[in-house]
Design a protein around this ligand. Sequence first.
Ligand code: SAM
Ligand code: SF4
Length: 457
Amino acid sequence: MIIDEKKIWDTLAKKPSSEKALVEEILKKAMELKGLSLEDIPPLLRISDPELLDSLFTTAKKVKERIYGKRLVLFAPLYISNLCSNECVYCAFRATNKGLKRRALNYDEIKKEVELLVDQGHKRILLVAGESYPREGLDYILKAIDIIYSVKNRGEIRRVNVNIAPLKTEEFKKLKERHIGTYQLFQETYHRETYKKVHLGGVKKDYDFRITAMDRAMEAGIDDVGIGVLFGLFDYRFEVMAILQHANYLDSKYGVGPHTISVPRLEPAAGSKISEHPPFPVSDVDFRKIVAILRLAVPYTGIILSTRETAEIRRETFAVGVSQISAGSRTNPGGYSLDEEFDASQFSLGDHRSLAEVIEDITKLGYIPSFCTACYRLGRTGKDFMDLAKPGEIQNHCSPNALATFAEYLEDYAPENLKNIGYEMMEKHILELPSNLQEKARKMVQFVKEGKRDVYL
Ligand code: SAM
Ligand code: SF4
């Protein structure tokens, strides 16, 4: 069993005699960077006292900085098709939404979109599609991946992550052969009864086929998998516990937990009542709490935040645990070429800023924008990645790599004022590195300035 609902409810129901002392003890344990158990989560979820909440956020910030330093990894979603045969009541792509302009990009159009993303400076793409492909079937997706990797302009895409419907093992093997990075799939809600209520038609109705997708991906050799929940559909306390159960299940069965966890919140989608009025709305404070608790529970797992959230919320959650963000996103197929046409979009966005604007903002906030793709290209994936990450050794690679990719961005794409701000901040970041890494980082940045590209350790 992957999700044990009874155990979740029973664990949530247990109340200790001194909640404050227990929370303090759990936060102390979290600082050891070894993660938390299922039993540790409910007291953190129950925190309402402002002082304890502050301690939770401060601890999450410390854990994040110990593991990730100041790095924030950037990517762009690429929606190639909004054709869909499912009936997810919260999504504008659902089959019965006749008001939506349907579109599956042809290969030339995909190429054009990728060229535009590459010209902005992106190096990582998340390929997204509805659950129905044009005549070619899965080959449509496979060819799209080949095209994305083939585009060479002033730069190129170095990692394609994929968020598409669950596949069979044999099909996952084909995806693996295309050298994808992470296979990402959200369970939407781990609560069976709610799952049934919000998935009214198509293959996605089958809860079990979806929750076992990561097993098939792992069996096919895809060892970087990303899980997630669509917050707002059901009680977030249950969902956070279930995420941890899923992560623990993968870890114990395959020796590696999820590479990433995504935390989308339900956003208004065309003609979807539930998306306008989520049955379990998650407040901004609770949202930060969710991110902070996940950061403490699975410290080495990346947490992804998309542009569904506003710039303000994004700023607040970077500090408590988010490690990867999308920027300059469009959620309609062809959105980068068409720019302002939103009538084919999946849901409305909260952050409409360009990649350059987001980079300027996070740079000024003291983060290092990173486009690094070194691990996956050197085969440091799945368990190999975690084996390096857990003793903290990955830091020796990550910080210099992040700075080298940031320098590439500054050299090739940044407007002049951002270039100045960027290099000023870079010097500060280098000085904050342990002395053995300072020289390495400086050398790598110098190589980039001299014209070398794709410099990594
Ligand atoms: N069609 C595939 C699937 O459903 O897994 C993959 C792509 S789907 C476009 C990607 C994700 O978008 C879904 O897993 C869901 O969590 C999210 N999504 C759908 N409707 C949304 C909404 N109204 N607000 C926020 N996220 C939404
Ligand atoms: Fe289709 Fe995915 Fe949207 Fe559901 S969430 S309607 S499967 S695109």
